[in-house]
Design a protein around this ligand. Sequence first.
Ligand code: ADP
Length: 319
Amino acid sequence: MKKIGVLTSGGDAPGMNAAIRAVVRKAIYHDVEVYGIKYGYQGLIDGNIEKMEIGSVGDIIQRGGTMLYSARCEEFKTEEGQQKGIEQLKKHGIEGLIVIGGDGSFMGAKKLTEKGYPCIGVPGTIDNDIPGTDFTIGFDSALNTVIDAIDKIRDTATSHERTYVIEVMGRDAGDLALWAGLADGAESILIPEKEDEFSDVIDRLKRGHDRGKKHSIIIVAEGVGSGFDFGQRIKEATDLETRVTVLGHTQRGGSPSGADRVLASRLGAKAVDLLLHGKAGRMVGIQNNKLVDHDIIEALSKKHSVDMEMYQLSKELSI
Ligand code: ADP
C-alpha cells in the first residue's frame, strides 16, 4: 500500500487532531503518501481531498476540534453515495482509508469494507460509547471539562445553599455523567442505562438536607431527559432552591488532555500499521492498556456497557 487517506466524521472530539497527526507521520515514516479528506464522508463524495505532508500536521497536537473538519452526510448512507466515495478514492489512487469518528462513522467504514475497500476505524467521540475499546479519544478531555465546570458550580452552590442539576452529554451512554459524578462527589447521577431513579434522587436530597447539607449536585446525562425538567420536578418535590446548568458543546471543545493525546497517537499509528499489514474492516482500541483491534462489524454488533460496579460505588460514596 503506497497511498492512504484519512478523514474525521460525525461529532468532533478533542484529540482527533493528535490522531490525524499520528496517521500522517506514521505513514510518511513508512514512505506511504497520505491524503486528508475534508468534511468527512461529504468531502469524500465531493472529492475534497488533499495530499498531506509532515508539516501539514505541525502545531495541531494540542488543539481541540479537527483540522480536517467534520460533517454529517446522509447521502453516504446510500449505495450511490458510497459508490461515489469509492470512485473518488480510486481517482486519487488511495488504496486504504482511516476513519476517525463514532459508531455512525464506523458504519460508513464497514460499508466501504464490504464493497472491497479497506478501511480501519479509530474511535473518536466524547461519549465513550464504542464497544471493543475501554476508552475513546476525547472522553478524558470532556471529562476534565465537565469536572472543571462542576467544581466552579459547586463554589456558588455552597455560597447560596442551592441544589444544582447539571446536564452533560451522553444520549445513549452514561459514562461521562458517571465518571464526572464520581470524580466530583455528586449526590446523584442519572444515566440512560439505569431505570428511573427519580425517587432515589429525592430521598437522597431530603436525607442530605436533614443532615444539614449546604448544597447538592445532581448530574443528568442528556439521554435521560432534560436537565430543566429534572430541576422543575426536584423543586416541586422538595421545595429546595434549584438551579440548572446545561454544559452543552463546551464539552466537545478545548485542548485535549494528556491521556487523550497519548491515546490518539497510539491508536492513529496502530491504524496505519494495520492497513500496511493488509488488514481491513478493523477498528482499533485500547483494552486493559493494550492496543487491540477487532472486526468492525463484530464490534458494532455488540453494545457498549457502562460500568455498573462504578455506578454502585458512586451511590455508596455519596450516601
Ligand atoms: P458519529 O460517527 O459521531 O456516531 P453519526 O452517527 O452522525 O456520527 O455518523 C457520521 C456519519 O457517518 C453520517 O453522517 C454518515 O455519513 C455516516 N454513516 C452513519 N451511519 C451510516 C450507515 N449506516 N451507512 C453508511 N454511512 C453511515
